[in-house]
Design a protein around this ligand. Structure first.
Ligand code: NAD
Ligand code: UFG
Length: 338
């Protein structure tokens, strides 16, 4: 009776594995380390006292992946494995389609073959495209994604809808994450982007640690509280807990369920900068730059469905996340590299 966690050494996966192990689930991780490091496993063991089973396997490699299903008694799957850089997906659309959709199709084939019927899938608020209102509810229109990464999430959502309608045994929870930030309070695991960070919080922490001179704020002429972009920043520890709630939900055999995982609260870029400065007593110099193509004014969740139907809600706030992101970065200025 094990939970297979694909992409379990990545940012969100590692925090979820910690929560699973702390709640006495047996965990089997599959990851090909395309965007993570083996050191993550040692850190998970330090935090939980348990070393999860691990297979270095590409989820697109059907034969290698099948061996994991043959060896392990898998009952549930959380599928994090995927490439997630919006910019890279524009440069290499084929890679994103083959990796993200290919890995999911291979996984589904093996789940059918081994009669594994419960799946939690990492989707994204990006499936809402350019929203015409906020907060976003799960039954708001999806589509109109502006990049291949977002398209892969949308396509996988459609595949999972068809799968559950064709196969009455299948139970799938699609989780649409808003903007994950923060780190485990131990400072042992956190987000470790390669190269120049695309996302706001890792950029801020790299400015704080002296790796970058200043933050570039992409636009201050949006229709928002202070002109800078507004997002729903959710602490990764809360997000991880959402996956355990989803696993419990699947035991009710609901077929397909879809949940936003967010806080329901929007925060602007400058509000996040101020929160970080106040939480950590560090100044973050910034420069106002032109808008980043594809960015929207505001994007935040109505997260009430997850509370009503799974009893899940975010408990931590952006001050907690700013403190924990910095704790991770200052203790690991080079991420997982020594
Ligand atoms: P991450 O890159 O830290 O983790 C993904 C993990 O999957 C990595 O460890 C990577 O090595 C692994 N992986 C990728 N392709 C693989 C393959 N073919 N076979 C085996 N392993 C593979 O990313 P994350 O931030 O932890 O995101 C996890 C999931 O959540 C992704 O699917 C991502 O698209 C989705 N998501 C992330 C965000 C975010 O802002 N972080 C927002 C919405 C959705
Ligand atoms: N921003 C800056 N400077 C930076 C980085 C970001 O000003 O260096 C701004 C952006 O313009 C935006 C806000 O900070 O207003 C947040 O940007 P992020 O790149 O951190 O996050 P996004 O909302 O653009 O996108 C993220 C993920 C997507 C995912 C989406 C919704 O990168 O993959 O959240 O979950 F689809």
């Amino acid at each position: 009776m094990s939970v297979l966690v694909t992409g379990g050494t990545g940012y969100i996966g590692s925090h979820t594995v910690v929560d699973l192990l702390n709640n006495n689930y047996d965990v089997v991780i599959v990851d090909n380390y395309v965007n993570s490091k083996p050191e993550v496993l040692n850190r998970i063991k330090t935090i939980t006292g348990k070393m999860p089973k691990f297979y270095e396997v590409d989820c697109c490699d059907e034969n290698a992946f099948r061996k994991v299903f043959e060896k392990e008694n898998i009952t549930d799957v959380i599928h994090f494995a995927g490439l997630k850089s919006v910019g890279e997906s524009v440069q290499k659309p084929g890679l994103y389609y083959s990796n993200n959709i290919g890995s999911t199709l291979t996984l589904l084939k093996l789940m059918h073959e081994f009669d594994v019927n419960n799946l939690v899938f990492s989707s994204s608020a990006t499936v809402y495209g350019v929203p015409d209102h906020v907060p976003l509810k799960e039954d708001d229109p999806i589509g109109g994604c502006t990049n291949p990464y977002g398209e892969t999430k949308l396509d996988i959502e459609y595949i999972l809808k068809y799968e559950t309608s064709m196969c009455s045994k299948m139970n799938v929870a699609i989780l649409r994450y808003f903007n994950p930030i923060g780190a485990h309070k131990s400072g042992l695991i956190g987000e470790d982007p390669q190269g120049i960070p695309n996302n706001l919080m890792p950029y801020i922490t790299q400015v704080a640690v002296g790796k970058r001179e200043h933050l570039n704020v992409f636009g201050n002429d949006y229709h928002t509280v202070d002109g800078t972009g507004v997002r729903d920043y959710i602490h990764v520890v809360d997000l991880a807990a959402g996956h355990l709630a989803a696993l419990r939900k699947l035991t009710e055999k609901p077929g397909l369920v879809i949940f936003n995982l967010g806080t329901g609260k929007g925060t602007s870029v400058l509000e996040l900068v101020t929160a970080f400065e106040n939480a950590n007593n560090i100044k973050i110099p910034y420069v106002i730059c032109p808008r980043r193509p594809g960015d929207v004014d505001e994007n935040y969740a109505d997260a009430s469905k997850a509370f009503k139907e799974m009893g899940w809600e975010a408990k931590l706030n952006i001050v907690d996340a700013c403190r924990d992101s910095w704790n991770w970065q200052k203790n690991n200025p080079k991420g997982y590299d020594k």
